[in-house]
Design a protein around this ligand. Structure first.
Ligand code: PLP
Length: 421
């Protein structure tokens, strides 16, 4: 974990701010993000790819809070978005539209029209229907939209099946064997300018061998496209770099950059990278309060006020997130094996299972770490639990960057039809 979440004076801090203090003021559960951790990761990635002429378009879906986006915008990040909503969030946070890439497997006509009318820099095409529609909409506006065609290189990313995207059986991109034909079609269309090949083979990759394989296939494709007269000047290499949820050092982005150099470095292409998780996962924690500690027939349960609706990764992906008491455990305290669960009426409502935890009591605070990516963005209001609030820390400063809605506001979203009024 980045050195931004540390015990100081017996309590877990985010940078210089005591999480217990935030809990007292905001209530629990809440997410807390560290500006320093995001900044450190961004700079590290940028430094690794700068010698290759790489630019970063942060994958907004990992964490789309306006304050997180504004932090990255100030560092110079562009954005990779997969919906009009995300594009609007990126623009609202100050990311210039020309530095936004619009990806995604099913783009509506309204979304494509929005990208053209807003001056979004690039559209990543994932189907022939995408291509024809975008060209027609662009031509009607007298425009030629720069596009990448996202190819599916048919490699196994060796990650969880639900976040693997580069196998032939996955819904993403255009089969790499069909790409030459689709590029040739694109070159004939009036409203698009095919200039880039894109790929994104999956998320949470900890073994980089699949990148080597996939980028190698893309390099071959670029050579054959150029031979056919299609001027590929850019490559969009996607995201997917994993983080050490089980602890240990951060993934070696220099080794990743070396693979990029070796496979596509001699193509003289401008490179674009779309990291999401790598930039924000370790920068966030989810803090909750212990409601109850309960001994079942065979298992011991720590019931918190956080739940699967706040952080769905454990139950959706069997994901592992470390859990720490906010009050520093006394040295030599004997741990017991517990399941950390929430109050939701689902057996799948757990945040950690079979976890050694020092003794905790109702009222104690727990921090679920490595929760900055695919946490708050995947939250819901299931069981009519208000959307979990978010806090951003910056040194000794902190601010609520998404407040907890009131019950009135949450219930007030529903409307009673006339015949029931
Ligand atoms: C999700 C996604 C990313 C980011 O993936 P991470 O694993 O968070 O780095 C990048 N590009 C595309 C097209 C995506 O869908």
């Amino acid at each position: 974990m980045p050195e931004v979440f540390t015990y100081q004076h017996g309590s877990l801090h985010a940078e210089a701010v005591d999480l217990a203090l935030i809990a007292a003021e905001v209530g629990t559960p809440f997410y807390c993000y560290s500006s320093a951790a995001i900044t450190e990761r961004y700079r590290r990635f940028a430094a690794a790819v700068a010698p290759l002429g790489g630019r970063i378009c942060y994958a907004v879906k990992a964490n789309s809070n306006q304050a997180v986006l504004a932090t990255l915008a100030r560092l110079g990040a562009g954005a990779d978005v997969v919906s009009e909503g995300e594009a609007r969030r990126a623009v609202a946070a100050g990311i210039p539209p020309e530095r936004i890439v619009f990806s995604g497997v099913g783009k509506t006509e309204a979304e494509l029209a929005y990208t053209l009318d807003t001056g979004i820099g690039q559209v990543n095409i994932e189907s022939e229907r995408d291509l024809e529609l975008l060209s027609r909409l662009a031509a009607a506006r007298g425009k030629r939209m720069p596009i990448a065609i996202r190819v599916n290189p048919d490699v196994d990313a060796l990650t969880h099946a639900k976040i693997s995207t580069g196998k032939a059986e996955n819904k993403f991109g255009i089969d790499i064997n069909q790409a030459p034909r689709v590029f040739a079609r694109a070159a004939d269309l009036p409203g698009v300018e095919p200039m880039s090949v894109a790929l994104h083979i999956g998320s949470q990759l900890t073994d980089f061998a699949p990148y080597e394989q996939a980028f190698g296939r893309v390099a071959e494709l670029v050579r054959s496209l150029r031979a056919a007269g299609i001027a590929i000047r850019h490559l969009d290499l996607g995201g997917g770099i994993g983080v050490p949820y089980h602890g240990g050092p951060a993934p070696d982005v220099a080794a990743y950059a070396e693979i990029v150099r070796r496979t596509v470095g001699d193509l003289d292409c401008a490179l674009l990278f779309e990291p999401g998780r790598y930039l924000v996962a370790e920068a966030g924690v989810l803090v909750g309060t212990v409601i109850d500690v309960k001994q079942g027939a065979t298992r011991r349960f720590v019931v918190g006020d956080f739940a699967m609706n706040d952080l769905i990764r454990p139950t959706l992906y069997e994901a592992y997130h470390p859990v720490l008491p906010v009050a520093e455990p006394v040295r030599g305290a004997t741990s017991s094996i517990v399941d950390v669960v929430g109050p939701i009426c689902e057996t799948g409502d757990f945040l950690a299972r079979d976890r050694a935890l020092p003794p905790v009591e109702p009222g104690d605070l727990l921090a679920v770490t490595h929760a900055g990516a695919y946490g708050a963005v995947m939250s819901s209001t299931y069981n009519t639990r208000p959307m979990v609030p978010e806090v951003l820390v910056n040194g000794a400063d902190w601010a609520v960057v998404r407040p907890r809605p009131s019950y009135e506001a949450l219930i007030g979203l529903d409307q009673i039809p006339g015949w029931l009024a």
